[in-house]
Design a binder for this molecule. Structure first.
Ligand code: HT7
Ligand code: ZN
Length: 844
C-alpha cells in the first residue's frame, strides 16, 4: 500500500467557491448530484485535476455544461479542465445499504447517516477530499422520510425534500447528512451576545426519555466555552443525532454532530455513573470542536493533534470544572498509562504528529489524542494560565477560517510569550515516553535534585534529543508540612541540577506533581518515603500515585518472590480511606488497584517476563488481603456511601456510589456474594445493578442474576452491550475465551454492530489473563473475528488489532502463538489497507 508523507504536502491546485449537493435517497441506488465551482489556486504548483472517489458509479460528468469523460481508477478521477474557473457537475450512484464499513453514506436501522472523517466523503461524490480544501455547502435532500438533516441552517422544506445551507467554509470531512424516522428532544440556548440557538437531540422513537442529560451537558458546554475561551456558537441550530451503528464515539460535523448512541443516550436505569460522565465529556468534546477543529481546521491529517489534542485538553478542563479536578486528573493519567504508554513503548509508537501513514484511520490513537492533550497541558504549565489565554485568543483571531499546522499553533505561543519553542516542538516529533531519573543530595543545608532524561528508541527513531520537561516539584519537611510549595522546574538538558536553599532539614520531594509531564519517573525510593507521601503529600495526584507505587511494588514482590502483601502500605491506605474529610470518589480511586495489564507493563520495564496467570493470582491475593484488612471498616464505609436522595449522576452522588462499589467488592470477597445479591435485587439504577452483577460474576454466583438481567433488558441495545461485555470482561481467566466464543453464537450477537462486536471481543482483550490464556484460545478467537470483520468494517477491525501490540513482552510460547495469529491475519486474502498496516507495524 502507498505511504503518505508529511514532507510531501502540496496544496491543491484549485479553490472551491461553493458546493451544491442534491441527494435522491434510496437504500440501493442513491443519486448524488454535485455542482462545484472551481478556480485555480494561485498558491499551488501546476498539477493534474484529480478528484478522490471510491465505490462510486459515475452516471454523468460535465464541465461548464459540456459532458466530459474522466479517467477513472479505484482511487478517483482525472480530467482535463479549463485554465480558469469552471463549473464541475457530476452525478453518481451509491448504495448506502451495502455500506458496512460505516464510512461515507450508510444505513443504520433504516436511517441514513454519514461519517466522513477522515476520508469518507470520497465515497459520496468525486471531490478533493482533503482538509485544506474548504467550501460553502448547500444541500438538498430528497426523500419521503420525515426528518432530513444536514449541516448549517435550515432552508426551504416541503413534501419529500429539505434544503440546508452552511454559511461557514468547511472541509468535506465535516459534511453530514441524516434522514430517518426520528424524534427530537428540543431545547434552546441564548448565546452571550443574545442570539437564540435551537438545540435538538434526534433519536429513534422510544429513546426520547434518554436525552435530557445530554441536552443539559450540551448547554453547559456552550456556556463553558463562552466563559473560559470566549467562544460563541455560530449557527441558528445545533443538532445531535444518535446512531446505533457507529465506528467511534461521535463526530463533530458542523452544526450536525452524529453520536454513537452509547455516547449520548442516558437514563439512571440504563446508564452507569461512568456512562453519564463519559457522555458529558464527549458532548463537550464534540461541541468544543466547533472552534478547535471546525472554525480552525487542520491543513492535512498529519496535523490531527492540532484539533484532537487541544479539544481533549479542553474537554478535560471542562470535566475538571464540572466535577472533581483531582479525581479527573487521576482518571486521565490512569487512562494515559493504560492506553498511551503501551503504544509509546511498543511497535506502534509514533510521534504526536506522525510523519507518515498508509491509512489515516489507524492514527486516531491515544498518542495523538491523549498525549496530544498532555503536550498542551505542559505548554500551559510552562507559560502560565494568563499567557495561555492570550495565546489562544491570538490563535482564534489569526487562524479563524484557516486550515492550520502545529507550526501555526506554536507560533502564537512564541509571539504571545516571547519564548523560543523550538525545543518544546520535539514533543510533536519524537515518539516514546521519556524516562526521568532523579537523584538527590543534601549538603550543608542545600538540597539539590539532579535530573537525567532519556527517551528509549522507537520504530524509525533510534536517537532522541532532550525534551523540555516541566517538572512540578514540592518539598515536604520531616513532620509532613510543605516547606517548598509547588514550583515548576524546567528540565531542558540531558542532565541538570536544581538547588533549594534555606531549608532547616532534609526534605522529602514530591515530584511531577499533578503529573505535570507524561514521563516515567525512575527513582529508587524507599517504601517509607512513599508511605510518607501517601500520608502527607498536599498534592492529591502524588498522594494517590504514592499509593499506586506501593501497590505495584508489593505486587512485584508477590509475583516474583511469592511475598505477602505489604502490610505497611495497607495500614497507610486504611488511614487514608478512613479519613472522612476526603472526597469519597478519591477514596474509591485509592481502593482500586493497578490493572493486570499495567502490572505486566511494570514487570516488563523491570526486566521480568510477565506471566499473566501469576499476575492474576497475585492481584486476587492482594484484593483478598485488602478485603480482610478492611473488614471492620466496611459497615461504616457502606453507611457513608449510601445515598438517600433521588438518583442524580452528579460528582457527589457518583463518588459515593464509587465508594459503595469498592466496599461491595471487598464485601463479596468476605461473604461470597450475599451482599451483592441483595444489592442486585434492590438496585433501582444501573450503576448499582451492574456493580452487583460484576461482583456476582467474580464470585461465580451470577447465573440467576445474569438471567434476570437478560430478562429485564433484552430489549435495550445499550444495556445488552453491558450484559455481553461484562460476562467476558469479568470472567475467570480460564473461562473468558470460552464464554466469549459462546456469546458470539448468541442470537443477539450482531457482529456487524461495532458496539456489540467490541463488547464481546474487546471484553476478551481487556481480560488480561483470559486473553493471554496459555493455550492461545484467546488469541485465536480474536484473530478469527478480526479476519471476519475485516471484509466488512476494516476500520473497527484494525483498531482492535492493537490488543496484540504488546506481544513481544510475553514468554516464548505465548509469543509464538501471537505471532502465528498475527501472521494468519497478515496472510488473509484481500486484507484491508487498515489491517495490513496495523499487523505489519506490530510484527515489525
Ligand atoms: N473527530 C472524530 C474522529 C473520527 C471519527 C468519529 C466517528 C467515526 C469515525 C471517525 N474517524 C475519525 C471524533 C472526535 O475526535 O471527536
Ligand atoms: Zn475530537
Amino acid at each position: 500500500a502507498e505511504t503518505v508523507y508529511l514532507k510531501d504536502y502540496t496544496p491543491f491546485g484549485w479553490q472551491i467557491a461553493d458546493v451544491h449537493l442534491t441527494f435522491r435517497l434510496s437504500p440501493t441506488a442513491t443519486r448524488v448530484l454535485a455542482r462545484i465551482h472551481f478556480a485555480p489556486n494561485p498558491g499551488a504548483p501546476k498539477q493534474d485535476f484529480f478528484l478522490h472517489g471510491e465505490e462510486l458509479r459515475l452516471i454523468r460528468a460535465a464541465i461548464d455544461g459540456t459532458e466530459v469523460t474522466p479517467e477513472i481508477t479505484d482511487k478517483g478521477l482525472t480530467c482535463a479542465v479549463p485554465d480558469g474557473p469552471f463549473l464541475w457537475e457530476a452525478e453518481v450512484e451509491i448504495a448506502p445499504e451495502a455500506n458496512t464499513a460505516l464510512e461515507g453514506l450508510y444505513m443504520s436501522n433504516g436511517m441514513y447517516c454519514t461519517q466522513c472523517e477522515a476520508e469518507g466523503f470520497r465515497k459520496i461524490t468525486y471531490y478533493p477530499d482533503r482538509p485544506d480544501v474548504m467550501a460553502i455547502f448547500t444541500v438538498r435532500i430528497e426523500s419521503d422520510l420525515p426528518v432530513l438533516l444536514s449541516n448549517g441552517n435550515p432552508g426551504d422544506r416541503g413534501a419529500g425534500f429539505a434544503e440546508w445551507h452552511d454559511p461557514w467554509r468547511k472541509p468535506a470531512y465535516l459534511f453530514a447528512l441524516v434522514a430517518g424516522d426520528l424524534v427530537a428532544h428540543p431545547d434552546r440556548f441564548r448565546t452571550r451576545s443574545g442570539k437564540d440557538v435551537d438545540l435538538n437531540i434526534w433519536v429513534r422513537p422510544g429513546d426520547e426519555g434518554k436525552c435530557a442529560f445530554g441536552m443539559e451537558a450540551l448547554k453547559k458546554s456552550m456556556r463553558w466555552d463562552e466563559e473560559e475561551y470566549g467562544r460563541e456558537y455560530d449557527l441558528d441550530v445545533f443538532n445531535i443525532v444518535a446512531v446505533d451503528d457507529f465506528n467511534m464515539g461521535a463526530m463533530e460535523n458542523k452544526g450536525l454532530n452524529i453520536f454513537n448512541s452509547s455516547c449520548v443516550l442516558a437514563s439512571p436505569e440504563t446508564s452507569t455513573d461512568g456512562n453519564f460522565e463519559r457522555i458529558e465529556a464527549i458532548i463537550a468534546h464534540e461541541y468544543f470542536h466547533n472552534w478547535t477543529g471546525n472554525r480552525i481546521t487542520c491543513r492535512d491529517w498529519f496535523q490531527l493533534c492540532l484539533k484532537e489534542g487541544l479539544t481533549v485538553f479542553r474537554d478535560q478542563q471542562f470535566t475538571a470544572d464540572m466535577r472533581s479536578a483531582p479525581v479527573k486528573r487521576i482518571d486521565d493519567v490512569i487512562m494515559l498509562r493504560a492506553r498511551q504508554f503501551p503504544e509509546d513503548q511498543g511497535p506502534l509508537a509514533h510521534p504526536v504528529r506522525p510523519e507518515s501513514f498508509q491509512e489515516i484511520n489507524n492514527f486516531y490513537t491515544a498518542t495523538v489524542y491523549e498525549k496530544g492533550a498532555e503536550v498542551i497541558g505542559m505548554l500551559r504549565t510552562l507559560v502560565g494560565a494568563e499567557a495561555y489565554a492570550k495565546a489562544l485568543d491570538l490563535y482564534f483571531d489569526r487562524h479563524d477560517g484557516d486550515a492550520a499546522t502545529i507550526e501555526d499553533w506554536l507560533r502564537v505561543f512564541e509571539e504571545a510569550t516571547g519564548r523560543d519553542l523550538s525545543q518544546f516542538k520535539r514533543w510533536y516529533s519524537q515518539a516514546g515516553t521519556p524516562r526521568v531519573q532523579v537523584d538527590e543530595d543534601w549538603t550543608d543545608g542545600t538540597y539539590s535534585l539532579t535530573v537525567r532524561q532519556h527517551t528509549p528508541p522507537t520504530p524509525g527513531q533510534p536517537d532522541k534529543a532532550p525534551q523540555v520537561i516541566p517538572l512540578a516539584v514540592g518539598l515536604l519537611g520531616p513532620n509532613g508540612d510543605e516547606v517548598v510549595p509547588t514550583r515548576v522546574l524546567e528540565v531542558t538538558e540531558a542532565e541538570q541540577r536544581f538547588e533549594f536553599t534555606g531549608l532547616g532539614a532534609r526534605p522529602v520531594p514530591s515530584l511531577n506533581r499533578g503529573f505535570s509531564a507524561p514521563i516515567v519517573l525512575e527513582r529508587e525510593t524507599s517504601r517509607a518515603e512513599r508511605a510518607f507521601l501517601l500520608a502527607h503529600d498536599t498534592d492529591p495526584f502524588n498522594r494517590w500515585d504514592a499509593s499506586r507505587e506501593l501497590a505495584r511494588d508489593s505486587l512485584f514482590e508477590m509475583i516474583t518472590k511469592d511475598a505477602a502483601p505489604d502490610g505497611d502500605w495497607l495500614d497507610g491506605l486504611q488511614r487514608l480511606v478512613a479519613d472522612t474529610t476526603l472526597d469519597p470518589a478519591y477514596r474509591a480511586l485509592m481502593l482500586s488497584g493497578p490493572s493486570q495489564s499495567e502490572l505486566a507493563q511494570m514487570l516488563h520495564t523491570r526486566g521480568v517476563t510477565p506471566d499473566p496467570d501469576a499476575i492474576w493470582s497475585a492481584a486476587e491475593r492482594l484484593a483478598q488481603a485488602t478485603a480482610e484488612r478492611f473488614a471492620d471498616m466496611l459497615p461504616a464505609l457502606a453507611r457513608e456511601a449510601s445515598v438517600s436522595a433521588a438518583y442524580a449522576p452528579d460528582a457527589e452522588q457518583s463518588g459515593k456510589r464509587a465508594l459503595g462499589s469498592a466496599v461491595l467488592s471487598m464485601q463479596t470477597r468476605l461473604d461470597g456474594g450475599y451482599a451483592a445479591e441483595a444489592q442486585f435485587a434492590a438496585a433501582d439504577n444501573m450503576t448499582q445493578q451492574l456493580s452487583a452483577l460484576t461482583q456476582l460474576i467474580r464470585a461465580d454466583r451470577a447465573k440467576a442474576a445474569l438471567a434476570a438481567f437478560y430478562e429485564q433488558w433484552q430489549g435495550d441495545r445499550l444495556v445488552m452491550d453491558k450484559w455481553f461485555g461484562l460476562q467476558v470482561g469479568a470472567a475467570a481467566p480460564a473461562r473468558a475465551a470460552d464464554i466469549a466464543a459462546e456469546l458470539t453464537g448468541h442470537d443477539l450477537f450482531d457482529w456487524k454492530n461495532p458496539n456489540r462486536f467490541r463488547a464481546v471481543l474487546g471484553g476478551l482483550a481487556m481480560n488480561h489473563a483470559g486473553f493471554h490464556r496459555a493455550d492461545g484460545a484467546g488469541y485465536r478467537l480474536l484473530a478469527d473475528w478480526l479476519i471476519r470483520l475485516d471484509d466488512l468494517n476494516p476500520q473497527t477491525a484494525a483498531r482492535m488489532c492493537s490488543a496484540f501490540q504488546t506481544w513481544t513482552r510475553y514468554d516464548a510460547d505465548r509469543q509464538d502463538l501471537m505471532r502465528a495469529e498475527l501472521q494468519r491475519i497478515a496472510d488473509k486474502p484481500n486484507l484491508s489497507r487498515d489491517m495490513g498496516e496495523m499487523v505489519g507495524r506490530i510484527l515489525s
